[in-house]
Each structure stands twice: as structure tokens, then as C-alpha cells.
Design a protein around this ligand. Structure first.
Ligand code: ZN
Length: 153
């Protein structure tokens, strides 16, 4: 458990300090905004599709370390996946942070994202950890040129 906590903390710190895939893409394909009023987190997520595949996924915004680190790790996890695979990852991640029981294969498929499993014990933090994922899913299914907004409220 303490190993897990250390891994969790160092990954969060790393991705919060040096967010991956951060900032707007040169050409906007699909975009969505996410807001978590409870904590004040705000994220914008851009998804660039190449056919059915996520060619690029980027984010920007402000908020607590968990929201920023989770969005950063989300971009790394989802980049290169098909739309169906990205949806499946959303479902697995969401099940994990909301404390739903998962089978071993589903947990293994999450890879590093399992560091967020601990937030299921802190309901207010679930929204921070899942905000980037909600925005990603909204962007993934958005019409190009539309910019839907999702709120965890
Ligand atoms: Zn937050």
C-alpha cells in the first residue's frame, strides 16, 4: 500500500509539473470543455481523429494537481487508440475511480492509470480525476466545429 501511495504521488507530481500533450493543436478537429465547479478545475480537451483512430489528444486548463495530472495521463493513454478503445478506457477508468468492482483484465488494461484507484475513497476527488476523461469523451463524439461543455455537477 505504501509503495502504491508513493507511485501515485510521484506520478501525480510528475504529470502536474510536466504535463504531456499540453496546449492547443495547430489545427483544431474536435474540442470539448470540462468544468468541475466543486474544485474549480477547468479543462479543454482537443481530439484529432484520423479515420477512426485518435491521432492526437491534447489538453490545457487550470485546477488542482489531480485534475491536471489525470488529464495528462489520459492523453498518453488514449493517443493512438481507436474510438471504441478510447470509450472502453473511459468506462474502465470511470468504474475504477467510482469504486465499481473490476475484473483482472480490465484492471491490467488500465496500466499506470491504476494509480488513481485510490480516489474512489474520496468522492470529491473522483470529479477531479475524471474531468479530463469526461471532456475527452465529449470531444471524441463531438461534431467537428462544435465545442460541447461537460460539467461534473
Ligand atoms: Zn480538482
Amino acid at each position: 500500500m505504501s509503495d502504491n501511495t508513493e507511485l501515485y504521488q510521484s506520478l501525480i507530481l510528475d504529470h502536474n509539473r510536466s504535463p504531456r500533450n499540453h496546449g492547443a493543436p495547430a489545427v483544431v478537429d474536435r474540442v470539448a470543455d470540462g468544468r468541475n465547479p466543486m474544485c474549480g478545475d477547468q479543462l479543454r480537451v482537443w481530439v484529432t481523429l484520423d479515420g477512426d483512430r485518435v491521432a492526437d489528444v491534447r489538453f490545457a486548463g487550470k485546477g488542482c494537481a489531480i485534475s491536471q495530472a489525470s488529464a495528462s495521463l489520459m492523453t498518453v493513454a488514449v493517443k493512438g487508440k481507436t474510438r471504441a478503445e478510447a470509450d472502453a478506457m473511459f468506462d474502465r477508468f470511470h468504474d475504477m475511480v467510482t469504486g465499481k468492482p473490476a475484473d483482472e483484465a480490465a484492471t491490467a488494461a488500465l496500466g499506470k492509470l491504476v494509480v488513481f484507484g485510490g480516489v474512489s475513497r474520496f468522492p470529491a476527488r473522483v470529479k477531479c480525476a475524471s474531468l479530463g476523461w469526461h471532456a475527452m469523451r465529449a470531444a471524441l463524439h463531438a461534431d467537428p466545429a462544435a465545442a460541447p461543455a461537460v460539467s461534473t455537477e
